[in-house]
Design a protein around this ligand. Structure first.
Ligand code: PAF
Length: 279
């Protein structure tokens, strides 16, 4: 496995590659969710590139950029274990955002919804770094986890709008045995918080089951989720949304599939996101 730390070296390496290329973009501190993306990329492409970059541009001023967990040696050995060929891990933020940097990608509508409304500027930072990493790695396929549902919608839109010649492949959320969606931020949880946070997926699954049994009222499903979440007071719900899975517009009346049921809760020091699709 080849580890590259500068953009110039990444571009030079890319020029010499032939065949299909799968890319997995990460901020490191890898877990089984990331590895599932890398394994899928390995199965479907000649070359697999993973990137590790904690992107300052997608963190708000009061968010956890400084505290974000990092462990590059461990990440590299995990990526080697799943057969990744090249890791691009820029040695510093200045490698991606050098002095004088001023080009940003702003989607006009999608970032005003859900996580974008809660985290102003977040998707501008995500879209910009993803576009840059796509240009540096020029993938045939790019793999993302369904856990970041809005990110997947934003990136698909950007790929279409800016004519990136690649396929966005969205892979299922990988969960702990208790249902908690895997996330690098789960490391902020105590063991007790981790087990109580399982209520998040229990609540989302209950909505999915009710939908499966014919319930179509968004208000009823929202109430069901909130009532289940309320059984664990340390899980502090920020929002529960039932929205059109493509436009992310909130559904106020009857659900016409596919709908994205997404939520955010604070548990101790962690801000956890999760979602299910009703289809
Ligand atoms: O999903 C993530 O880890 C990040 O948002 C991404 C796509 C690597 C961009 O920094």
């Amino acid at each position: 496995m080849h580890v590259i730390i500068t953009t110039a070296a990444m571009q030079a390496a890319r020029r010499s590659l032939n065949g299909t290329t799968g890319v997995v973009l990460t901020m490191g501190y890898l877990h089984e969710g990331h590895l599932s993306l890398a394994r899928r990329a390995r199965a479907e492409n000649d070359i697999v590139i993973a990137t590790i970059f904690v992107n300052p541009a997608q963190f708000g001023p009061r968010e956890d950029l400084a505290a974000y967990p990092r462990d590059l040696p461990r990440d590299l050995s995990l990526l080697e274990g799943v057969g990744v060929d090249i890791v691009f891990a820029p040695e510093s933020p200045a490698e991606i955002y050098p002095d004088g940097y001023q080009t940003w990608i702003d989607l006009s509508d999608l970032p005003t919804k859900l996580e974008g409304a809660a985290r102003p500027g977040h998707y501008r930072g995500v879209a910009t770094v993803v576009a840059k990493l796509f240009n540096l790695t020029r993938p045939t396929r790019a793999y993302f986890g369904q856990k970041d549902a809005q990110q997947c919608v934003v990136i698909r839109r950007m790929v279409q709008d800016l004519n990136f010649d690649l396929d966005v492949v969205v892979c299922p959320t990988v969960r702990e045995a208790n249902g908690l969606a895997m996330s690098s931020r789960n490391t902020y949880l105590t063991p007790d918080e981790r087990s109580r946070a399982a209520v998040i997926y229990r609540a989302l699954s209950a909505a999915q089951a009710a939908y499966g049994q014919g319930e179509r009222s968004a208000a009823v499903l929202r109430r069901l989720i909130l009532d289940i979440l309320a059984t664990e007071p340390i899980v502090q719900t920020e929002y529960v949304s039932i929205a059109d899975a493509n436009t992310l517009d909130e559904i106020e009346a009857a659900i016409a599939a596919p709908a994205l049921v997404s939520m955010v809760a604070r548990v101790g020091k962690a801000r956890l996101i999760d979602n299910v699709i009703l289809a």
